[in-house]
Structures are given as C-alpha cells and as structure tokens.
Design a protein around this ligand. Structure first.
Ligand code: CU
Length: 83
C-alpha cells in the first residue's frame, strides 16, 4: 500500500509530459537562431536558454518555458509551440 501511494505521488510530480518535452524543442529553435549570431541580444538569449535548460533538468518545466520565452524575446524571435 505504501509503495502504491509513493507511485501516485511520483506520478503527480511528472507535470505534463508534453510540457516537459517541449523545453528541448524550444531550446533547439533558439540555438538555431542564435548559433550564427554574435549580437548582444542573441548572446543574452543563449544565456537565458542555458538557464532554462538547468530549470528543465530540475523538473521546473513551466519556469524553463518562461525563461525560453524570455530568451526568444531577447533574440527578437518567436518560438513555435507544439500544437
Ligand atoms: Cu522541460
């Protein structure tokens, strides 16, 4: 019974898998855009995107996504979300 309760708790911590999987996709879009740029905006975007992936790694996907949006804004680009 205890193991069952632990399993339920663990499931609850896996937020939305779709959301969790989207971080690397958005990061890839930012990498693609900023990879061939050396301006201040793209450098800021790279830093923010790297911070976002740390959040992603820690399971904080909503915060990571917000950080990725911030990065995209810094680079003056628009992220394409999964439909
Ligand atoms: Cu994530």
């Amino acid at each position: 019974m205890k193991a069952f309760m632990m399993a339920i708790a663990a499931l609850g911590m896996v937020v939305s898998p779709a959301l969790a999987n989207e971080c690397p996709l958005l990061k890839a879009q930012i990498d693609k855009e900023t990879g061939r740029r050396l301006d201040a905006g793209s450098n800021q975007a790279k830093d923010l995107a790297n911070e976002a992936m740390v959040l992603h790694g820690a399971g904080k996907h909503a915060e990571a996504m917000a950080k990725l949006e911030e990065a995209a804004k810094a680079a003056g680009m628009t992220l394409e979300h999964k439909k």
